[in-house]
Design a protein around this ligand. Structure first.
Ligand SMILES: [Cu+2]
Length: 432
């Protein structure tokens, strides 16, 4: 296993070997090739949205592959990590060695500096991957590039300088340390964006450094955090748009009317049987969705009912098995359903969803069901969604004690989500 050491712990002979190997990849042209990758590859920095998700995994692959090139010259070499903020200066052995870089201007740039421990602690305390990655890149990583200045402060030339590599080893280490406590699923990078070109590494292959056969400092790498499980019971079972600007939230055998614009409940918690007389699932529903023609569909376990809102009665012939009534959607149970626009309904079940065309009365296109995680960029919830509702260009997803807001036009989760329901969206806290 390859152990990357702190720049403060690397001894003189190890620095000499690192420098000799760096000279080797200059001579064999590999460094120039790697400098080219940094310029060619799109979406590897946070200026573009996929870059926010790709920055850390792409640079993990980049440092790893470059380290392999150094090891082809000298197998004992690993890339030290620049141990800022403990070492907030150029490591002395590299002060007079700058590889292919032509210039450095340390300390000259007005916004160049090393992050202090307080900033590092704040960044490491973030719990949402995207927020963490964004802050690590923009607040810590960028300012060190600026502090070194010269070639290090350019996208074209920065990898020419050995400081680039020890700097990115440090960034990678902070991600790894964060991963030990926080699950990084990186759901916002989709399709080709999940592949760290020009290599074949995918984000998923790169998450666990133990599988990549390296570690930081002498201790073996610790296991990284895995997907958290929701330990509390869901606070809401289903949400249904109701009349103008209103919605009904369901929990157990009760429901409550909520005014979406005023942001408060209207009236009190009532039995489902009093609001929807004659509806079969008076003990509770899994999902509810507005349908065409003044109808609503309710789902419970493997059954569904259609309900007529004007007549205030359940249509005859219901309940039916979901599988019989909607044979194409691919689900026998439904976690959540939402009318997205006038003709489109989304059904969610487990880790999958199916899009349904209300006007045509059939599944909307091919390839359904699809994975939630692959089609809703950045959505924190990848499975077992409790309830969902569309309102004013946003779709709200509820899972357990948290909710998320998804921007339909931008097709991404809004910044700063998911959030706890309690304290942020109190009306959803239907516990008494
Ligand atoms: Cu960088």
């Amino acid at each position: 296993m390859n152990v990357r050491k702190s720049s403060l712990k690397v001894n003189n002979s190890e620095w000499d070997k690192f420098i000799a190997a760096f000279d080797g990849v200059i001579r064999n042209g590999k460094l120039a090739e790697f400098v080219g990758f940094h310029t060619m590859m799109r979406r590897i920095h946070g200026e573009a949205v996929p870059g926010l998700w790709r920055f850390l995994p792409w640079h993990r692959a980049y440092v790893l592959e470059f380290e392999k090139e150094l090891q082809r010259i000298d197998s004992s070499v690993t890339i030290p990590y620049w141990d800022w903020p403990q070492q907030s200066l150029i490591p002395p052995k590299l002060a007079n060695y700058q590889g292919l870089a032509e210039s450095r201007e340390p300390g000259v740039h007005p916004r160049g500096n090393f992050p202090d421990q307080g900033l590092i602690d704040a960044i490491m305390g973030e719990t949402n991957f995207r927020t963490f990655a964004n802050r690590l890149e923009s607040e810590a990583h960028n300012s060190v590039h600026r502090w070194v200045g010269g070639d290090m402060n350019t996208m074209m030339n920065s990898p020419r300088d050995p400081l680039f590599w020890i700097h990115h080893s440090a960034v990678d280490r902070y991600w790894y340390l964060w991963q030990v406590d926080n699950y990084s699923n990186i759901p916002g990078a989709l399709g080709a964006d999940r592949i760290m070109d020009p290599w074949t590494h995918t984000i998923d292959d790169l998450l666990d450094i133990r599988k990549l056969d390296y570690a930081y400092d002498a201790a073996p790498a610790k296991p990284i955090a895995t997907r958290p499980t929701v330990s509390v019971a869901g606070l809401v079972d289903a949400m249904l748009p109701y009349k103008l600007r209103k919605a009904i939230y369901f929990k157990g055998s009760n429901c409550i009317e909520f005014h979406l614009h005023k942001g408060r409940p209207e009236g009190s918690l009532k039995p489902i049987s009093s609001v929807f007389p004659g509806m079969s699932f008076s003990n509770g529903v899994d999902a509810a969705v507005k349908w065409a023609g003044g109808k609503v569909f309710f789902f419970k376990d493997d059954q569904c009912v259609r309900y007529d809102l004007r007549k205030r009665q359940q249509d005859s012939g219901f309940p039916q098995l979901i599988d019989n009534y909607f044979p194409e959607i691919g689900f026998t149970t439904i976690d959540a359903a939402v009318k997205w626009d006038r003709r489109t309904v989304y059904f969610f079940s487990g880790s999958q969803f199916t899009r349904y065309n209300l006007k045509a009365g059939r599944v909307d296109g091919s390839g359904f069901p699809r994975l939630i995680s692959h089609n809703f960029p950045g959505l924190t919830f990848e499975d077992d969604i409790d309830a969902t509702l569309c309102h004013r260009g946003k779709t709200y997803f509820v899972k357990g004690a948290e909710y998320s807001r998804f921007n339909i036009r931008q097709w991404q989760q809004d910044f700063g989500f998911s959030r706890p329901i309690t304290g942020n969206w109190p009306v959803l806290d239907l516990k008494d």
